[in-house]
Design a protein. Structure first.
Length: 173
Protein backbone atom coordinates (compact mmCIF):
# COMPACT_ATOMS: atom_id res chain seq x y z
CA UNK A 1 0.00 0.00 0.00
CA UNK A 2 1.23 3.46 -0.89
CA UNK A 3 1.56 6.04 1.87
CA UNK A 4 -1.01 8.45 0.55
CA UNK A 5 -0.84 12.18 1.12
CA UNK A 6 -3.77 13.82 2.90
CA UNK A 7 -5.35 14.69 -0.39
CA UNK A 8 -4.45 14.58 -4.04
CA UNK A 9 -5.60 17.51 -6.12
CA UNK A 10 -7.76 16.64 -9.14
CA UNK A 11 -5.22 18.32 -11.47
CA UNK A 12 -2.47 16.07 -10.06
CA UNK A 13 -4.68 13.03 -10.67
CA UNK A 14 -5.32 14.19 -14.23
CA UNK A 15 -1.56 14.15 -14.88
CA UNK A 16 -1.23 10.46 -13.88
CA UNK A 17 -1.39 7.50 -16.22
CA UNK A 18 -4.68 5.59 -16.22
CA UNK A 19 -3.12 2.62 -14.44
CA UNK A 20 -1.70 4.92 -11.75
CA UNK A 21 -5.11 6.60 -11.30
CA UNK A 22 -6.67 3.17 -10.78
CA UNK A 23 -3.92 2.22 -8.33
CA UNK A 24 -4.32 5.48 -6.41
CA UNK A 25 -8.09 4.93 -6.21
CA UNK A 26 -7.64 1.36 -4.90
CA UNK A 27 -5.05 2.52 -2.35
CA UNK A 28 -7.31 5.34 -1.15
CA UNK A 29 -10.25 2.94 -0.81
CA UNK A 30 -8.16 0.39 1.12
CA UNK A 31 -6.79 3.00 3.49
CA UNK A 32 -10.25 4.48 3.98
CA UNK A 33 -11.52 1.00 4.84
CA UNK A 34 -8.74 0.58 7.42
CA UNK A 35 -9.60 3.95 8.93
CA UNK A 36 -13.29 3.01 9.01
CA UNK A 37 -12.43 0.08 11.27
CA UNK A 38 -10.35 2.31 13.55
CA UNK A 39 -13.11 4.91 13.63
CA UNK A 40 -15.73 2.34 14.60
CA UNK A 41 -13.53 1.09 17.46
CA UNK A 42 -13.12 4.65 18.69
CA UNK A 43 -16.86 5.30 18.38
CA UNK A 44 -17.58 2.13 20.36
CA UNK A 45 -15.31 3.26 23.18
CA UNK A 46 -16.86 6.72 23.09
CA UNK A 47 -20.36 5.23 23.26
CA UNK A 48 -19.38 3.09 26.27
CA UNK A 49 -17.89 6.08 28.11
CA UNK A 50 -20.96 8.22 27.40
CA UNK A 51 -23.23 5.44 28.62
CA UNK A 52 -21.21 5.06 31.83
CA UNK A 53 -21.28 8.78 32.52
CA UNK A 54 -25.02 8.91 31.78
CA UNK A 55 -25.60 5.91 34.08
CA UNK A 56 -23.68 7.59 36.89
CA UNK A 57 -25.69 10.76 36.44
CA UNK A 58 -28.96 8.80 36.36
CA UNK A 59 -29.79 10.08 32.85
CA UNK A 60 -30.25 6.73 31.13
CA UNK A 61 -33.05 5.18 33.15
CA UNK A 62 -30.84 2.34 34.35
CA UNK A 63 -30.10 1.70 37.98
CA UNK A 64 -27.05 3.79 38.97
CA UNK A 65 -25.58 0.67 40.57
CA UNK A 66 -26.04 -1.60 37.53
CA UNK A 67 -22.89 -1.92 35.39
CA UNK A 68 -22.80 -0.80 31.78
CA UNK A 69 -21.50 -4.20 30.68
CA UNK A 70 -25.02 -5.67 30.76
CA UNK A 71 -26.15 -3.08 28.19
CA UNK A 72 -23.23 -3.41 25.76
CA UNK A 73 -25.30 -4.89 22.90
CA UNK A 74 -27.68 -1.91 23.12
CA UNK A 75 -24.87 0.63 23.55
CA UNK A 76 -22.81 -0.69 20.66
CA UNK A 77 -25.67 -1.29 18.24
CA UNK A 78 -25.65 0.85 15.15
CA UNK A 79 -28.71 2.93 15.97
CA UNK A 80 -27.64 6.09 14.17
CA UNK A 81 -29.24 6.69 10.79
CA UNK A 82 -26.77 6.70 7.88
CA UNK A 83 -25.37 10.11 7.10
CA UNK A 84 -26.11 11.83 3.83
CA UNK A 85 -23.75 10.55 1.18
CA UNK A 86 -22.80 7.55 3.30
CA UNK A 87 -21.05 4.82 1.40
CA UNK A 88 -20.85 1.11 1.97
CA UNK A 89 -17.62 0.11 3.65
CA UNK A 90 -16.58 -3.41 4.59
CA UNK A 91 -15.41 -2.83 8.13
CA UNK A 92 -12.70 -5.37 8.82
CA UNK A 93 -9.42 -5.30 10.73
CA UNK A 94 -6.75 -3.21 9.02
CA UNK A 95 -4.38 -4.98 6.69
CA UNK A 96 -1.42 -2.82 7.64
CA UNK A 97 0.61 -2.89 10.84
CA UNK A 98 0.62 0.91 10.89
CA UNK A 99 -3.07 1.05 11.81
CA UNK A 100 -2.97 -2.01 14.05
CA UNK A 101 -0.29 -0.43 16.21
CA UNK A 102 -2.16 2.90 16.21
CA UNK A 103 -5.31 1.11 17.40
CA UNK A 104 -3.43 -0.66 20.17
CA UNK A 105 -1.76 2.58 21.24
CA UNK A 106 -5.03 4.54 21.31
CA UNK A 107 -6.93 1.92 23.24
CA UNK A 108 -4.08 1.34 25.71
CA UNK A 109 -3.61 5.07 26.14
CA UNK A 110 -7.13 5.36 27.47
CA UNK A 111 -6.90 2.07 29.46
CA UNK A 112 -10.50 1.79 30.58
CA UNK A 113 -11.10 -1.89 31.12
CA UNK A 114 -12.49 -1.16 34.61
CA UNK A 115 -14.82 1.83 34.31
CA UNK A 116 -15.74 1.76 37.99
CA UNK A 117 -12.10 2.40 38.92
CA UNK A 118 -12.17 5.81 37.23
CA UNK A 119 -13.66 9.09 38.36
CA UNK A 120 -16.12 11.06 36.27
CA UNK A 121 -13.34 13.53 35.50
CA UNK A 122 -11.02 10.76 34.28
CA UNK A 123 -13.77 9.32 32.09
CA UNK A 124 -14.51 12.80 30.73
CA UNK A 125 -10.84 13.32 29.93
CA UNK A 126 -10.68 9.94 28.19
CA UNK A 127 -13.85 10.81 26.26
CA UNK A 128 -12.30 14.08 25.09
CA UNK A 129 -9.10 12.31 24.02
CA UNK A 130 -10.98 9.61 22.10
CA UNK A 131 -13.23 12.25 20.52
CA UNK A 132 -10.19 14.17 19.26
CA UNK A 133 -8.73 10.97 17.78
CA UNK A 134 -12.07 10.14 16.16
CA UNK A 135 -12.19 13.61 14.56
CA UNK A 136 -8.64 13.16 13.23
CA UNK A 137 -9.52 9.75 11.76
CA UNK A 138 -12.77 11.10 10.27
CA UNK A 139 -10.97 14.01 8.60
CA UNK A 140 -8.41 11.67 7.07
CA UNK A 141 -11.20 9.35 5.87
CA UNK A 142 -12.99 12.25 4.18
CA UNK A 143 -9.82 13.30 2.36
CA UNK A 144 -9.28 9.72 1.17
CA UNK A 145 -12.91 9.49 0.02
CA UNK A 146 -12.45 12.69 -1.93
CA UNK A 147 -9.29 11.29 -3.54
CA UNK A 148 -11.07 8.04 -4.49
CA UNK A 149 -14.04 10.00 -5.87
CA UNK A 150 -11.74 12.29 -7.86
CA UNK A 151 -9.95 9.24 -9.29
CA UNK A 152 -13.28 7.66 -10.27
CA UNK A 153 -14.35 10.92 -11.91
CA UNK A 154 -11.07 11.11 -13.83
CA UNK A 155 -11.41 7.51 -15.05
CA UNK A 156 -14.98 8.24 -16.15
CA UNK A 157 -13.87 11.42 -17.92
CA UNK A 158 -11.16 9.56 -19.83
CA UNK A 159 -13.60 6.91 -21.06
CA UNK A 160 -16.28 9.48 -21.88
CA UNK A 161 -13.83 11.65 -23.85
CA UNK A 162 -12.22 8.70 -25.62
CA UNK A 163 -8.83 8.97 -23.92
CA UNK A 164 -9.30 5.45 -22.57
CA UNK A 165 -10.90 2.48 -24.27
CA UNK A 166 -12.92 -0.35 -22.77
CA UNK A 167 -10.83 -2.76 -24.84
CA UNK A 168 -7.74 -1.59 -22.88
CA UNK A 169 -9.48 -2.38 -19.61
CA UNK A 170 -10.53 -5.82 -20.81
CA UNK A 171 -7.05 -6.62 -22.12
CA UNK A 172 -5.44 -5.51 -18.85
CA UNK A 173 -3.57 -2.51 -20.30
Amino acid sequence: MVDLPDGVAPEAIRALTLSRVRELMRDAQREENDLSYLRRLLQGRIDILRAELARRAGRDGAEPTSPVVGRLPEILSESRPPTRGARHVNVQPPRTDRYRSWIEQLLADVGLSDLAAHTDAELGEALDKLGAHEQEVSSRRHRLQRTADDCAAEITRRYREGEAKVDDLLSGR
